[in-house]
Design a protein around this ligand. Sequence first.
Ligand code: TXA
Ligand code: MG
Length: 312
Amino acid sequence: MLIGYSTHQAKIALDKDNLVAIPTETVYGLAANALHTKAIAKVFSAKNRPTFDPLIVHIKHFNELTKYANASPKILKLAKHFWPGPLTILADKKSIIPELVTAGHGKVALRVPNHSLTLELLNLLDYPLVAPSANPFGYVSPTTAAHVFANLREKVDYILDGGDALIGLESTIVSEQNNQIVIHRLGGLSIAEISDFLKETPVLKIQNNSNPEAPGMLDKHYSPTCKLNLYHPGVRPKRSDALIWFGQGIPFGFKNVFNLSANSNLDESAANLFSYLRKLDELNFAVAYICKLPDVGIGMAINDRISRALAD
Ligand code: TXA
Ligand code: MG
């Protein structure tokens, strides 16, 4: 395993059907050649991910979309406007995409990530990359190269270090159904940004049960090992408990406080959330509390991740 800044080294590993961790603006991905079943299978096994949970295909440019899928005009309009960026579209897959990528579904998930190193890498390759978040299945997604190293070590050939993920939450996943834009996962692109651009309100179909078609949307996900509880004013903390807070007015009695954003900034909170959840485990807290954030803009996606991290 190597860690560095060389897209050339990353290409050498990928060309051999090995795994490379790539930086994106959302979270780090665990990448492999999206057209080679052998390489894709390694991704599932390194993450311990069930093969019925499909993968997102990362492409270098909007112009490449039609090589891999047929998308409706409205989905094309969205992709053209928001790519590169934290938007994943579901579109009818073409046969060049292996069934293993989509877990047998007729639609493939596609996105152009917005990170200069990863775009440079994609431009060196003549194939796209599958890349789920580079964490063990069910655990907190990585937002730094060190997070990937801590979790995957020998399972990955090369970690392309692109610094801290700017957004810190996964992409927003959309499709079109009956002429309407449907949001399947809340993420780095807010609903408001989509509706402002399209001048229509998308429909929310966020999976909230324990046996969904897309297991990435399981009730329990993004979970630290530490026992996480929702903070409420009745809590009487022990000295050893931790608190993940947002803004001013830190409740009395907590000795170990991690503030997502002291001045109540939602973007800053998104960027900090996953590394703070990991900190709970890195620092061996047994019990921690977390509060919910204002449910607006990217706050909705943050609250979605907090709910799943809290679920039993
Ligand atoms: O921001 C992101 O999207 C990151 C970075 C690395 O690009 N990737 C990511 O991948 O979050 P992953 O595998 O952790 O989450 C992908 C989600 C899963 O919930 C999966 O079930 C869903 O997308 N998904 C992928 N392909 C799909 C498909 N064809 N149909 C329905 N859902 C799909
Ligand atoms: Mg994931």
